[in-house]
Design a protein around this ligand. Structure first.
Ligand code: NAD
Length: 238
């Protein structure tokens, strides 16, 4: 229950889905959380400092870091904010959409990692968890090449960051499969589609955000003290 005692975990995109479940897990295990999201997280909680921040905007991220109260200087970081983007064949790829998806999914990780390194408070188990996806290896759903590209880049960035920040800070990533969150509901349209996809997953169901949060919790805690530069699938065997 005290796995994250003394930890302040900065969670980008922490107002919804997987990020929201990670915030819940952090609080349930004795930690505090900072949420940077476009929208406000549901409900006010004493152990949460929330700010409306567009993590794809370098200036906004730097300003949010400067505005952190002393008690919420982060010890840990979860780079979770992300979007799937418009479904587009390669032949019709729009330059604006390329910029948007690369900025929100990938540049944000660079901006937030830099901000965390500048603002962080020391902790014996300091660590960063990035959100990749199994799409980094499968190429993702047809029409989502940009998404898969950013998630592959996050896997590479995770390994590069782990080397550079060792031994003081561990860096790992999670590669979820299909998790039942608003991002999927927007992308797949309806729940019947989710049920159809579940049939090709060995565990025969889509995952829940709290199941990804449990893996994040392990990576954030001292229980994974000798684990860095890894990417862990949470994908039901897919
Ligand atoms: P979600 O849409 O439920 O949550 C994403 C959150 O990020 C939202 O609260 C949103 O407001 C926030 N966000 C989006 N753009 C932002 C920006 N520019 N600045 C700040 N916040 C922003 O999605 P989710 O399913 O919880 O996804 C979380 C992460 O997990 C994403 O990186 C996603 O790619 C990854 N992932 C999800 C799945 C899945 O099946 N759900 C699978 C693999 C990877």
């Amino acid at each position: 229950p005290d796995a994250l005692h003394g930890a302040v975990v900065l969670v980008t995109g922490g107002a919804s889905g997987i990020g929201g479940a990670i915030v819940d897990a952090v609080l349930a295990h004795g930690g505090k959380a900072v949420v940077w999201d476009l929208r406000a997280p549901p409900g006010m909680r004493a152990d949460v400092h929330a700010a409306q921040v567009d993590v794809s905007d370098a200036g906004a991220v730097a300003a949010a870091a400067r505005a952190l109260p002393e008690a919420f200087r982060p010890t840990h970081l979860v780079n979770n904010a992300g979007i799937i983007g418009k479904r587009m064949p390669l032949a019709e790829m729009e330059a604006e959409e390329i910029d948007r998806v690369l900025s929100v999914n990938l540049k944000s990780v660079l901006y937030c990692t830099r901000a965390y390194l500048g603002a962080r408070a020391p902790h014996p188990h300091a660590s960063i968890v990035n959100l990749s996806s199994i799409a980094a290896r499968t190429g993702g759903m047809p029409g989502n090449a940009l998404y898969a590209t950013t998630k592959g880049a996050i896997a590479a960035l995770t390994r590069a960051s782990a080397k550079e920040l060792a031994p003081g800070i561990r860096v790992n990533a999670l590669a979820p499969g299909i998790i039942d969150t608003p991002i999927q509901q927007d992308s797949l349209g309806d729940r019947a589609k989710l049920a159809e996809i579940a049939r090709v997953i060995p565990l025969q169901r889509v995952g829940g955000p709290e199941e990804v949060a449990q893996a994040a919790l392990w990576l954030l805690s001292g229980a994974s003290a000798y684990v860095t530069a890894t990417i862990i699938d949470v994908a039901g065997g897919r």
